[in-house]
Write a protein that binds this ligand. Structure first.
Ligand code: SF4
Length: 209
């Protein structure tokens, strides 16, 4: 029996937005600010009762990893090691990710208050610095650019992490420990007082990358 194909809608093409975002950042770092939408929209959807709807329907990064891993067959489709799926690792990674976000805001503040000069670098994996001075940032205050460099570094690093885990494990393995996924799951749990995934009616696929 042939499998019936479901008709694609605009929601299936959100990966184009994610890809465009990453490319635009290379041409002008100020586009990095748009990434805040991916930060706040999932939280708003969850807070207003949408659970993990962002993950299941609108996340371009999740779609992009699926296309690379499943459609382009780049993934090894292996199970992740259990420690990467454990709540200690997921919550630990969320705490680390949020601390790095606070550092970005603090560095932005230092530049805003003239306590430090603007650093035009992208930092991959919070250590490897790529000089990145060709963006035209003359039209904005230095602190605006500083935030953009920091935030784009974080977005690029998390995308590369997602691609590495897609290559090594299942296509959407990144989603198991993605900080946004962990946060929206926590919000949903708090709202529905759920402590046990097996009782949950949502279509969350956090344990099924
Ligand atoms: S877990 Fe993260 S990457 Fe995966 S679908 Fe949700 S927001 Fe997107």
């Amino acid at each position: 029996m042939t499998k019936k194909k479901t008709k694609k809608t605009w929601k299936d093409y959100m990966w184009i937005i994610s890809l465009t975002y990453l490319i635009l950042g290379f041409f002008n770092i100020l586009f990095a600010w748009l990434g805040l939408l991916c930060f706040f929209i999932p939280l708003f959807i969850s807070i207003f009762g949408g659970g993990r709807k962002y993950c299941n329907t609108y996340c371009g990064r999740g779609q992009m990893l699926n296309i690379l891993g499943k459609d382009l067959k780049l993934s090894k489709h292996k199970d992740m090691p259990n420690f990467l799926k454990s709540k200690y690792f997921r919550y630990g990674f969320l705490a680390f990710f949020m601390s790095m976000f606070i550092v970005i805001i603090f560095n932005t503040y230092l530049v805003f208050s003239n306590a430090r000069d603007l650093k035009q670098v992208i930092t991959l994996f919070w250590s490897f610095k790529l000089l990145f001075a060709f963006s035209d940032i003359s039209s904005v205050s230095p602190w605006v650019a500083q935030f953009a460099y920091g935030f784009y570094s974080m977005m690029l690093t998390s995308t590369i992490l997602g691609i590495i885990t897609m290559l090594l494990y299942k296509p959407k393995s990144w989603c198991v420990y993605c900080p946004m996924g962990t946060m929206t799951q926590l919000i949903s749990k708090m709202q529905y007082k759920e402590n046990n995934c097996s009782d949950c009616n949502s279509t969350c696929n956090i344990n099924k990358p």
